[in-house]
Design a protein around this ligand. Structure first.
Ligand code: GDP
Length: 198
């Protein structure tokens, strides 16, 4: 594997387009509704406990966080969505930030990673994010997190529901994952690494 995900550092937070990073390095954009375990997934793949802040407060919902991986690529942590206690003003800020990110940064996104909860049908907000990724034309990887919370017999039906709801084609990638246990980590790293090479 080319990219050493264990060598990562926080670079900056951006809350408007002026602070977006666009230096030409590949960017892997991670999205997911709040509490889906996005920070936990990021920490798991970077092999760190607290690089991405787990259990971030609502005040953190309007920042994009950039992590530099092995000096070769950025892991872009998009702000979580769907947090019930967020004010209308903050939701609007989130919307503006996402609009400018997806409009301006389209060609900068190497791959999108949409994290969903394996136990639940993807939400309306998940669909919106999924459509945004699809519109950029970048490859999208769906990560179904919290696999450890399901019994073995529940896994296949859960994955089928996610595939059906997001209208995934056979070739679209859906990775069952557990940030808690580390299941799926190697597969996801292989996929991300491959996207940063091409
Ligand atoms: P975020 O808001 O999407 O960044 O989610 P966090 O990473 O803060 O995680 C939300 C909660 O879900 C925390 O209590 C995590 O410990 C828990 N969590 C995250 N991933 C997993 C997982 O794979 N399995 C289990 N059982 N819990 C998880």
């Amino acid at each position: 594997m080319g990219l050493n995900f264990g060598k990562a550092e926080f670079v900056r937070s951006a809350s408007n387009r002026d602070s977006f990073l666009r230096d030409g390095l590949p960017q892997l954009a991670f999205a997911g509704r709040s509490n889906v375990g996005k920070s936990s997934v990021i920490n798991r793949i970077l092999g760190r406990k607290n690089l991405a802040y787990v259990g971030a407060s609502p005040g953190k919902t309007t920042q994009i966080n950039y992590f530099l991986v092995d000096q070769k690529a950025y892991l872009v942590d998009l702000p979580g969505y769907g947090y019930a206690k967020v004010s209308k003003a903050e939701k609007e800020r989130w919307g503006r930030l996402m609009d400018s990110y997806f409009q301006q940064e389209q060609e900068m996104i190497t791959a999108g990673v949409l994290i969903v909860d394996i136990r639940h049908k993807p939400t309306a907000n998940d669909m919106v994010m999924h459509d945004w990724f699809r519109q950029t034309g970048c490859p999208e990887i769906i990560v179904a997190n919290k696999l450890d919370k399901l019994k073995k017999s529940q896994v296949e039906p859960a994955l089928a529901l996610i595939r059906e709801t997001l209208e995934l084609r056979e070739e679209d990638i859906l990775v069952p994952f557990s940030a808690e246990k580390g299941t799926g980590k190697e597969e996801l790293l292989r996929i991300l690494d491959a996207h940063c090479r091409s």
